[in-house]
Design a protein around this ligand. Structure first.
Ligand code: NAD
Length: 496
């Protein structure tokens, strides 16, 4: 592993116009009515960059009231589709213009390398606004033939006020996956970004306003779980779009059920990556390392369980261990860096405790990495490969959300599928093979919302993504992602 020397780690300022302690409500920056504040820390340096408000009951009530008014009385849901699409396209253009600034903001907030943030996070964000701007035109209804003479038709309408609650790992993309289709369909939004990474959501408020999104249509409240819970309990919120851990997702579903809100849940994963003996091993090893180190393993679809057919097990383990050890870890501002720090200190402690328990309790063997990189000032964790674990170990069953990969051997295709499907999660899966029939057959048997063949992590705005089993329900991206923000109304006009 190559690391950046601590003296070389830059501490860039978080960016322009960060409204300390203010919230974006009803088209304006407003002082929070709560006295609570939270530090926003650069995880590469552990330096506090700014503080944000911990929004309370009055703040959430004001944001929901603004969104409600904008939905019930404002122009947005009634606007011609063409005009809404034009505004979303303008938003995409403004994000493109500010891409470097937003990427820097995302990098100092999360620790992800700034060159990845610009290429991946900003690329996807712009793409989603453009895609849903185009798709807004497809919000058409249909005429139906009925048994009793009528002129009957089905209208596709928005749902109302959407609460968009997102996690810390891809702040901009994950909020966009909700905001772009929700707005395209004519809903209004109150967004609560993750408490540790709120900066780009706040910046987006200004850009969306500049694009022409009317007051009250997009609101941002900052804060932690209690702020999110206030949104979930608010009777004027019609839909909750949640991305986060499976544990909190369960809670979200329970609370939202009290007022029977529409809910989509994009939750955790523990995705298996299968390498068959007939695979192109060099390509499979490269993809498998990328699968667990990308975004420092803080990727819901990270490939964190490697399953290798026994004849090639030793070669693959040696290759993955060597490649993991060679990944450049360090300064997120350096274009050479592949792996930045974990996003928070608490999170680092959790990842370390998993690895420690794996070795001391479950008999894991450390084949690469194993712990915190003490020579760096921020929350850095070495890419870690663990062997010797069985399927029942919590390290194989539970989401660690760091750069930690377990490896197991298998003897038959059936066994590989059973191991791959053998956790409560079902977000993504992958397989490496040169046999075409095997690729399709195994892909069909894997219980996951996304399956990659001979690669890992390729996502596209046109492909719906989401969970099987306890990885959630509902889909984001694609036309399916737009449909989640609409409801149908049937109109029966009697011809009798
Ligand atoms: P988290 O579940 O701790 O928090 C997610 C969001 O929920 C945050 O904004 C948080 O403040 C809020 N929250 C916490 N308690 C709440 C409550 N009681 N009511 C309402 N809101 C509440 O997740 P995290 O640690 O920020 O992110 C990591 C998790 O997100 C991982 O499990 C990861 O797999 C998952 N994730 C899933 C996807 C996906 O598309 N399936 C994408 C990215 C991340």
């Amino acid at each position: 592993m190559t690391t950046t020397h601590p003296d070389e780690i830059a501490t860039p300022a978080p960016g322009p116009s960060l409204p300390e302690g203010r919230l974006y409500i009803d088209g304006a920056w407003q002082d929070s009515q709560s006295d609570e504040r939270r530090d926003v820390i650069n995880p590469a340096t552990a330096v506090v960059m700014t503080t944000v408000a911990e929004a309370g009951e009055k703040d959430v009530a004001a944001a929901v009231a603004a969104a409600r008014r904008a939905y019930d009385e404002g122009p947005w849901p009634r606007m011609p589709l063409r005009e809404r699409a034009r505004i979303l396209n303008r938003a995409a253009e403004l994000i493109r213009t500010h891409a470097a600034e937003l990427a820097k903001l995302e990098s100092v907030d999360t620790g992800k390398p700034v060159h990845f943030a610009e290429m991946i996070d900003l690329g996807a964000t712009i793409g989603h606004f453009e895609y849903y701007a185009a798709l807004a035109w497809s919000l058409d209804g249909s005429v139906r033939e009925t048994a009793i003479p009528s002129f009957s038709y089905v209208r596709r309408e928005p749902i109302g006020v959407v609460a968009a609650i997102t996690p810390f790992n891809f702040p901009l993309i994950l909020s966009t996956l909700k905001i772009a289709p929700a707005l395209a369909a004519g809903n209004t939004v109150v967004h609560k970004p993750a408490e540790d990474t709120p900066l780009t959501a706040l910046r987006m408020a200004d850009l969306l306003a500049e694009a022409g999104v009317p007051a009250g249509v997009f609101n941002v409240v900052t804060g932690g779980g209690p702020t999110g819970e206030l949104l979930l309990r608010h009777p004027a919120v019609d839909k909750v779009a949640f991305t986060g851990s499976t544990g909190i997702g369960r809670k979200v579903a329970t609370i939202a059920a009290e007022t029977l809100k529409h809910v989509t849940l994009e939750l955790g994963g523990k995705s298996a990556n299968i390498i068959f003996a007939d695979a192109d091993l060099e390509s499979a090893i490269g993809a498998s390392v990328n699968a667990f180190v990308f975004n420092t393993g803080q990727f819901c679809m990270a490939g964190t369980r490697l399953l290798v057919e026994r004849p090639v097990y030793d070669d693959v383990v040696a290759g993955v261990a060597a490649a993991a050890g060679g990944v450049p870890v360090g300064d997120p501002t350096s274009p050479q860096t592949v792996v930045g720090p974990l996003t928070g200190e608490r999170h680092l402690a959790k990842v370390q405790s998993y690895v420690d328990a794996g070795t001391s309790r479950d008999g894991a063997t450390v084949l690469a990495g194993g712990g915190r990189i003490e020579s760096l000032p921020g929350y850095y964790f070495a890419p870690t490969l663990l062997g010797g674990l069985n399927q029942g170990s919590p390290l194989v069953q539970e989401e660690i959300f760091g750069p930690v990969l377990t490896v197991q051997a298998f003897d038959t295709e059936d066994e590989a599928v059973a191991l791959a499907n053998g956790t409560p999660y079902g977000l993504a899966a992958g397989l490496h093979t040169t046999k075409i029939a095997r690729a399709h057959q195994v892909a069909a048997r894997l219980q996951a919302g996304m399956v990659w063949v001979n690669t890992w992590g390729m996502l596209d705005v046109t492909l719906p993504a989401g969970g099987y089993k306890q990885s959630g329900y509902g889909r984001e991206q694609g036309s399916e992602g737009l449909a989640e923000y609409t409801q149908t109304k049937s109109v029966f006009v009697s011809l009798g």
